[in-house]
Design a protein around this ligand. Structure first.
Ligand code: PHE
Length: 498
C-alpha cells in the first residue's frame, strides 16, 4: 500500500465531516479546526470540486487584521501597560525605562500620561513615578479579541485604525456542500499495472481509469512554413511533373540591358522610368556586357533587322548599363535563352523560376513594392500559339483553375501576347491570373537562336494564387513585417487543384 499523504487525511476528514453534518459553512474555520493551513485545504477542495464530489461556493469578505506592531502589543501588553509595569515603587528614570521598552517607550509615555497612570516628582522631570497599583489594559484586550475573530464596536475599530494598529485584508473562504458525485471515500483508479500490483496480488481488485480517446496530444514544437513558400513548393512540383528545370534567380540586382534592352523594350518605354523601377545608386552601372550581342541588340532597336524595322531611335549604352532591382524574372529567362543560343547544337528546353521582383509602386491591399513572380518558358522548333494555350491549360488546371480565357494584350517582347483569365467560383467572376506570349524574333534572333525556334512563355505572381487559396484579402497579411505568426502556424497544408 502506498503511504497516505497528509492531503489524503485532510480529504478524509472533510468528506467524513460532510457525510455527518452535510455542510462546512466556512473552509477557513474548518482548516483551523483541522490544524492545517487554509491553502492546503483549498487544494483538496479544488480536486474534489473538479470531480463534483463537493460543491463549493466562494465567501469573500474583508477582515481587520493586526499589524506587526499590534501583534506585539496583543502578546506583551500595550505600550502604556508595559511602561507602568516597568516602574518600581521608587520610580524610574526616563533613560532606564527607554532602555527597557525600546520603541514602545514614546507611545507608552504619552498614553500612560493621558490615562494619569504616571506622574513626576516636583522639580525632577526625569524621574517617572507610578500613580496606579491596578489598571486594566484595555488595548491589549481589544487586540486579543480582534485576533480571536470576535466582534468589536465600530468606535474601537476606528480608534485602532487611526493608531495604525489594524489593516483591512481580503479573505476568500468557501462554503461546502455534498456534490452530486459525493462519496465518503474516493476510489483511486489505476492507470497501469505495476510489478508491485502483480507481486502483491492487488491487480485482481484494481479498477482502471478509462482511456480518454478524445484527449489532445501535446502540441509539437516545430517550425512552420510560410504560406508563400508552401504554395511555391506545390507549384514547383507542377513544373517538375511537366518536365521543367529551374533557372538560377539568385541575383536581385540586374542591368537595364538584361531587364529591358535584350527584351526589345525601347529605352523611352515608361516602365524604364524611375517611377516604375528602382535604380541603384551604387554601383550605378554594370561593367560587364557581352559586346557582340550588345551590338546586335543596339542595331535591332535602332534600325531593325530579322524582318523588323526596329524603333528608329538613337540607342544609348549608358542607359543599358544602369543597374536596377529586376522588375521581372523575364530578365533571367533572357539570360538563359542567350546562354542556350551559345550552345551548339541547339537542344529544346523547358525552364521555370519562382523568385522575387521589385516595382516602384504605391503600396495597397493588393500591391507591394516587391513580390514573387512565377515564370515558365518552353523553347523549341515550330511552337505555336496553340501550344502556348495547351501548356497554359495543363499548368493552370493543375493549380485548380480549369476554366481559362485569353485576351489579346501587349508586351514589348512578345507577339502575340495574351492575358490569362480564370473563372473564380468563389467570387463568381473572371479574374486575371497571368500574362503570356511568344517571344519576338527581335529578341530571339540577335541572341543567335536558330531560325524557326520559338519560345512560348508566361508569368504570374505567387501572391495572387496564395491569397485566393488561403482566403487572405490583404497582401500585407501575407508578406512583410505585419504578418501574424499565428496565421502561419494555423494554416493548413497547401493542396493545389485537389
Ligand atoms: N514579364 C511579364 C510580367 O512581368 C510576364 C511574362 C513572362 C509575360 C513571359 C510574357 C511572357 O508580367
Amino acid at each position: 500500500m502506498a503511504e497516505k499523504s497528509p492531503a489524503a487525511d485532510v480529504e478524509a476528514s472533510l468528506l467524513a465531516h460532510l457525510n455527518s453534518t452535510g455542510e462546512v459553512p466556512d473552509s477557513r474555520s474548518f482548516a483551523s479546526s483541522l490544524g492545517v493551513s487554509h491553502l492546503e485545504l483549498e487544494g483538496v477542495i479544488k480536486s474534489l470540486s473538479a470531480f463534483r464530489i463537493v460543491e463549493s461556493t466562494d465567501i469573500i469578505d474583508e477582515t481587520w487584521v493586526l499589524t506587526d506592531e499590534a501583534k506585539g502589543y496583543a502578546a506583551k501588553g500595550s505600550p502604556e501597560a508595559q511602561l507602568v509595569s516597568a516602574i518600581p515603587p521608587e520610580g524610574a528614570t526616563k533613560g532606564a525605562l527607554k532602555a527597557k521598552l525600546g520603541d514602545a517607550f514614546d507611545v507608552g509615555m504619552k498614553a500612560a500620561a493621558r490615562n494619569k497612570w504616571i506622574g513626576f516628582e516636583k522639580g525632577n522631570k526625569d524621574l517617572v513615578l507610578r500613580k496606579v497599583e491596578n489598571f486594566k489594559d484595555e488595548l491589549q484586550e481589544q487586540l486579543k479579541r480582534l485576533e480571536n475573530g470576535e466582534v468589536i464596536p465600530d468606535e474601537v475599530i476606528n480608534d485602532l485604525k487611526r493608531r495604525k494598529l489594524i489593516t483591512k485584508e481580503k479573505s476568500i473562504g468557501h462554503s461546502l456542500k455534498k456534490g452530486p458525485e459525493f462519496v465518503v471515500k474516493r476510489k483511486t483508479l489505476a492507470t497501469d499495472v505495476t510489478t508491485e500490483h502483480l507481486r502483491s496480488g492487488d491487480w485482481k481488485d484494481l479498477e482502471f481509469k478509462d482511456y480518454n480517446y478524445a484527449a489532445q496530444g501535446q502540441p509539437i514544437a516545430k517550425g512552420y512554413v510560410q504560406p508563400l513558400m508552401e504554395v511555391r513548393e506545390a507549384i514547383e512540383n507542377i513544373f517538375f511533373m511537366m518536365g521543367f528545370t529551374e533557372m538560377p534567380t539568385n541575383n536581385f540586382v540586374e542591368s537595364s540591358f538584361w531587364n529591358f534592352d535584350a527584351l526589345f523594350q525601347p529605352q523611352q518605354h515608361p516602365a524604364r522610368d524611375s517611377h516604375d523601377t528602382f535604380f541603384l545608386k551604387a554601383p550605378m552601372a554594370t561593367r560587364q556586357l557581352p559586346e557582340d550581342y550588345l551590338e546586335k541588340v543596339k542595331q535591332v532597336h535602332q534600325s531593325g533587322g530579322y524582318g523588323s524595322k526596329g524603333y528608329g531611335y538613337d540607342w544609348k549604352r549608358d542607359e543599358a548599363e544602369k543597374n536596377l532591382l529586376r522588375t521581372h524574372t523575364t530578365a533571367v529567362s533572357t539570360r538563359m535563352l542567350y546562354k542556350l543560343a551559345q550552345e551548339k547544337p541547339f537542344a529544346p528546353k523547358r525552364y521555370y523560376s519562382i523568385d522575387r521582383v521589385f516595382r516602384n509602386e504605391a503600396v495597397d491591399r493588393t500591391h507591394l513594392a516587391e513580390f514573387h513572380q512565377i515564370e515558365g518558358l518552353i523553347c523549341d522548333y515550330g511552337l505555336t500559339l496553340g501550344d502556348l494555350i495547351g501548356v497554359l491549360e495543363d499548368f493552370f488546371s493543375s493549380l485548380g483553375m480549369s476554366k481559362l480565357r485569353f485576351k489579346p494584350a501587349y508586351n514589348p517582347y512578345t507577339e502575340p501576347s495574351m492575358e490569362i483569365f480564370s473563372y473564380h467560383d468563389g467570387l463568381k467572376k473572371w479574374v486575371e491570373v497571368g500574362n503570356s506570349g511568344m517571344f519576338r524574333p527581335e529578341m530571339l534572333l540577335p541572341m543567335g537562336l536558330p531560325e524557326g525556334v520559338n519560345v512560348i512563355a508566361w508569368g504570374l505572381s505567387l501572391e495572387r494564387p496564395t491569397m485566393i487559396l488561403y482566403g487572405i484579402d490583404n497582401i500585407r497579411d501575407l508578406f512583410g513585417p505585419k504578418v501574424d505568426f499565428n496565421l502561419i502556424k494555423s494554416s493548413t497544408l497547401c493542396r493545389l487543384g485537389l
